[in-house]
Design a protein around this ligand. Sequence first.
Ligand SMILES: [Zn+2]
Length: 160
Amino acid sequence: MNRPIAGTVQVAVRHILSDRTTGFLTRTRRITWRDHFFRVRRPQSGKHTVELACPQCDASLLAEVRDEARTRRTATVLLVLAAVCVPLFFAAFGYVIHEGSKTLPEGQSLPTLFPVSVVSIFVTFVAAPVLFSRGRRYNSVSMLDAPKPRRIHQIVPVRG
Ligand SMILES: [Zn+2]
């Protein structure tokens, strides 16, 4: 059990062992990795940089960590944006059905809002689940710019 400890956050340093894409028409991407767990201390306020050494290959990775209040705010914003996408999706969808089923008088084109709504349907359909999962997993730990040996690494959130 990973009990959350105040002022810290648990992350995994993911060392990518291999990343291969095979196949021609049906491409399959096969990624293998190994995770190593770390507990990172959050700053009292603002952000700070911590160094994590990958036990797999000794590469040192720099991660940026933000304070708890800021992290919670960003996660909330992401979830709110995800929630806003849902009624937007249905409103745009309803509008497109409504306008699309009308028979237009000769020479009259669909209102500008029509293509805008069609685009909104696609955008919100993709964005809502992405924002939702980002918001739930957001821990404000991000890997800083990584030179070559670090490129085979990711820092992933661990749900405590
Ligand atoms: Zn490594």
